[in-house]
Design a protein around this ligand. Structure first.
Ligand code: AMP
Length: 280
């Protein structure tokens, strides 16, 4: 498996490798786990060439210390990717992706301003900047994104549609630890007691899903807030039940319209997100 550092090299190698076959692309920030690898596995099954990128993108971090703390382990990541059948790794440095400051502003509308957008100023603009640069560099046929980052997936779909990228976006299921905690590179940063408390996030989402059979979103919100108020290890940042397409908060549940419960929680200094589809 080749590890490529520059866009010029990447383009020439891809041209040779694909030979009329399709290219599947898995963008990541590294510190890989089974969640990332499930995306790679799906791409390997569906394409002639699979390329993963590893790049901790500074423009999507609104918190500088979060960027500094973000786990990095290129050597171990490459080993895992190779074992999974990945063909190429693109691991550029910051100057390669941003030879000069990127001043582009993306207009994602409510998809970008709600939930994560409200709490992480500029985050999705940074996601738009790096994903468009990576799409331009790789020119994949298909790109694989995890439903773990549910709002990000909506942003990427809009990016592809607004800029007419000829790329099929493939949403992939959330991979969880045996205790239900959604896998995340940030889980390695959790203190022991916070790690023990964290499976409550998924449990609370599953209860919310069950409650949605007979309760309104408003009463589920109230219940959720009370749950976290009495939890000394986890701090609720937001909980919202949203329309799965528009990401607008809903006031009643319609069995005919897909909706999703989304949550962000602080476990100490580590911010975790998760979601569960209420109506799929
Ligand atoms: P990241 O490295 O966190 O930027 O994630 C890279 C890709 O992996 C994104 O499309 C994520 O949604 C996806 N991903 C991260 N964690 C999981 C998970 N637990 N299950 C499925 N996909 C995931």
């Amino acid at each position: 498996m080749l590890v490529i550092r520059t866009i010029v090299e990447l383009k020439s190698i891809l041209l040779k490798e694909k030979k009329g076959g399709t290219v599947g692309f898995v963008p990541t920030m590294g510190a890989l786990h089974k969640g990332h690898l499930s995306l790679v596995e799906q791409s390997v099954n569906e394409n002639k060439v699979t390329i993963a990128s590893i790049f901790v993108n500074p423009t999507q971090f609104n918190d500088k210390s979060d960027l500094e703390k973000y786990p990095r382990n290129l050597k171990a990541d490459c080993k895992m990717l190779e074992n999974e059948g990945c063909n190429l790794v693109f691991a550029p440095d910051v100057n390669e992706m941003y030879p000069e400051p990127d001043n582009r502003i993306f207009k994602f509308g409510i998809l970008g301003s709600t939930m994560e957008g409200k709490h992480r100023d500029g985050h999705f603009n940074g996601v738009g900047q790096i994903v468009s640069k990576l799409f331009d560099a790789v020119e994949p046929d298909k790109a694989y994104f995890g439903l773990k980052d549910f709002q990000q997936l909506a942003i990427i779909q809009k990016l592809v549609s607004d800029f007419d990228y000829p790329i099929k976006i493939v949403p992939c299921e959330i991979i969880r630890e045996p205790d239900g905690l959604a896998m995340s590179s940030r889980n390695t940063l959790l203190e022991k007691e916070k790690r023990e408390a964290a499976p409550f996030i998924y449990k609370s989402l599953l209860t919310a899903k069950k409650m949605a059979e007979t309760n309104s979103p408003e009463s589920i919100n109230k219940w959720m807030i009370a749950q976290y108020e009495s939890n000394t290890d986890l701090e609720l940042e937001y909980f919202e039940i949203v329309d799965s397409l528009s990401l607008q908060q809903i006031t009643s549940i319609n069995p005919e319209r897909p909706c999703t419960a989304c949550i962000a929680v602080y476990a100490g200094k580590v911010r975790l997100i998760d979601n569960v589809q209420i109506i799929s």
